[in-house]
Structure formats: C-alpha cells, structure tokens
Write a protein of this length. Structure first.
Length: 206
C-alpha cells in the first residue's frame, strides 16, 4: 500500500483535480480500497460509484433479457446480458465533467439499491478550492472512450478464491451466485484479458 499511496501522491501533484479510475472484477476489493484512499485525504477526495448510473431499471433489464432469450438469438442474448450495456456511460461522463468543472455532481435518476428503480438521488462534491481527488469505482473502465476520462487507472486484483468467497457473501441465494459466476466467466474475465495492459497501476489484494 505504501507504493500505491506514493504513486497516487505523484499523480495528484500534477493537477488541481485528479480523476483516478479504480477498476477490477466484482469482489476484487475496489470499494474497500476507495474507502482507504478517501481516509488518506479527509475532505480532499470523493467517491463516484459508477454502478449507480444505469440505463434501465432492474425490472426493465430483466424483461429485456427474457425477451432476448425467448428469441434464441445468441447475439441478442449476449448484448442484453452484457453488464457493460447496463451502465449509463453518457451520464457517467457528464458527472465526471461536472466534477472537474464545477466540483459538484447531482443526479436524480440513480440506481435504487432497495427497489432496483432509477429514482434515487445522488450528490457528489469535491472541496470548493484546492487540490482534490475523485475516485471512480467501476468494474469496466479500461475501454475507450471511458479510459480517456481518467487521469490514471488503478486495476485492483485478487485471487480467484477470494473473489469467489466475496461473491458468495454478496449473492446470498444460489441462483444469484450462479448468475454472478456466469457474468465473471462470460464478460469480466475476457474484458480484463483484453484490456489489463491499459492500467497505469495495479494492486493485488488478499
């Protein structure tokens, strides 16, 4: 962690507002790491959870997946089940731009973790003056054009066994765990096989 903190310090010294993307597989420890980095900079950093920016509600998403499966069209099924398609990338880009320009972002259609609807309020602010760090937390940040929105990108990695344990803790129900494992093998692993080299920094958590 000492080397990572030093690297983040160097990155932050280069500009007034620094946007650091923190990516990695679900369960790798991204959010835990973000909290540690926030604690290092009390009042000087903010956390943008990209999972809260969704194109569709949970019910709408599931309905679209069901319709695609009913067609038997493998390409359509893949397109609807691909988690990258679930993110509202345009809204994420606007949020980052707003935080760079105005040091504030407000969004009234964030993912509601209790209901799965897109009706939750979201407010993220940076200090009004002086240096600040914005941590963008998301599985998928290494592809274009998203990669270009960041000043640096940190890839968080963890052993498969650790990730599996965390997934099991989060999923609870066996079917939810099965779907999480399926997403990992079909979407997350191929993504990082393709894009890992684009990360500026890497950290392995146990």
């Amino acid at each position: 962690m000492g080397q990572l903190r030093a690297a983040v310090d160097v990155l932050c010294a280069q500009r007034d507002i620094t946007v650091l993307g923190v990516c990695g597989m679900a369960g790798a420890g991204k959010t835990t790491l973000c909290r540690m980095l926030l604690a290092d900079r009390p009042g000087r950093a903010a956390h943008l959870e990209c999972d809260l920016f969704s194109t569709r509600s949970h019910a709408d998403r599931q309905a679209r997946i069901a319709r695609a499966r009913a067609t038997g069209d493998a390409q359509a099924i893949h397109a609807e089940e691909d988690p990258q398609a679930w993110y509202d990338w345009a809204a994420i880009g606007r949020a980052i731009c707003g935080l760079r320009q105005d040091r504030a972002c407000r969004w009234h259609h964030a993912w509601n973790r209790q209901t799965g609807e897109l009706d939750a309020p979201l407010s993220v602010t940076l200090p009004r003056t002086g240096p600040a760090l914005l941590l963008c937390d998301c599985i998928y940040l290494l592809h274009d054009p998203v990669r270009g929105w960041m000043d640096g990108l940190l890839l968080v990695q963890a052993p498969d066994a650790v990730i599996a344990n965390r997934r099991a803790e989060r999923a609870g129900a066996p079917e939810a765990l099965r779907r999480a494992r399926d997403r990992q093998e079909r979407f997350e692993r191929p993504y990082f096989d393709r894009y890992t080299a684009r990360a500026d920094l890497r950290l392995s958590l146990r």
